[in-house]
Design a protein. Sequence first.
Length: 368
Amino acid sequence: MTSPVKNQVYTAEILGYSSEGLGIARIHGQVVFVHDAIRGEVCDILIMKVGKSAAFGKAVAWHTVSPHRREPDCPYYRRCGGCAYRHMDYAEELWAKGQRVQDALTRLGGSHVQVEEILGASQPLHYRNKSQYPVSPDGKVGFYRARTHCVTDLTACLIQKPQADAAAGALMEARLEAVPGAEKVFDFGTQSYADPKVGAQIARRAARRQDAAAALARVQAAQHLVGAELSAGCWEQDGKFLLLLGTRKGCWLRTVYREDGPGLWLLDMIRRAACGLPQVPGTSWQHYRDPVPEAVSAPPAAQAEARPAPPKKKRRWLRRVLLLLVALALAALAAGWWFTGGDLTALPQLLRETLHADRLPHSGAKLI
């Protein structure tokens, strides 16, 4: 029996699921665990690792797509190893979990007990009641990527309890306290946001602005008056929160929905800025003097739709005409070279002989 070869692509059908939610296929008689695959699909599988008893691969193309497939609703899904079923609908997830119990009883335990159909939850989100958050040396808080010790940085999890997300936020805050200069971020001195005099000055500077512009003005005023490295602000409208994180030169902006946890998002923005890490894609930066773009008032998914279409390329007709003239000149030169055998000075004489030069105007000719 020939084993699958690493970095080779094979076509196979997904027969079921492993205990970790990976698709199971058989190639040359050997079991292959496949990422991002659903039972019943026929797909091209790239072999990533070959072991003694099994191989690991990932689906790279699909010949048959399962009706249970869906776009993952978690932005971290393919980078995070915290769960394995976000690429399939809830009905298929229940089947996979029921089959996992059935395999444990029948194939591993030798029992003939038949597992009945699983009763699904009315709300299939936020059900996990235990959370473990690893922290990387560079300050990332989240979950390990599958089969690695690389931490995927995240701010919220769809299957964790909201209390777990809050605990993760507290862990971020505790981690931030160890960052040099973090005391300047929150500024607990007498010239803090709690100072009534400073608060009144901030209010006066933002009094002439409205809505998001007022929030931006407050952040700028707070950063300038207090002297902190960072200043934070928030503006709410219709269930959306515009988060603002001011620096000395400008402001970070991000819009999130209420259910996405604005407080955790703002805390994560502060942590990233204090640690010198890049902000999450979808977070924009601008100078204080610039107005808040209307597109920023929408969450990142809507922001992508609001981006203006790229400008049309200008037609450079002059350049094309010049290139055409140069090409014609070179072609004429090549033809003359071939016609004269390389002696271009003989070209006029050859033309007169060829075209009956006595009929052509020449020096001293008279017009009749």
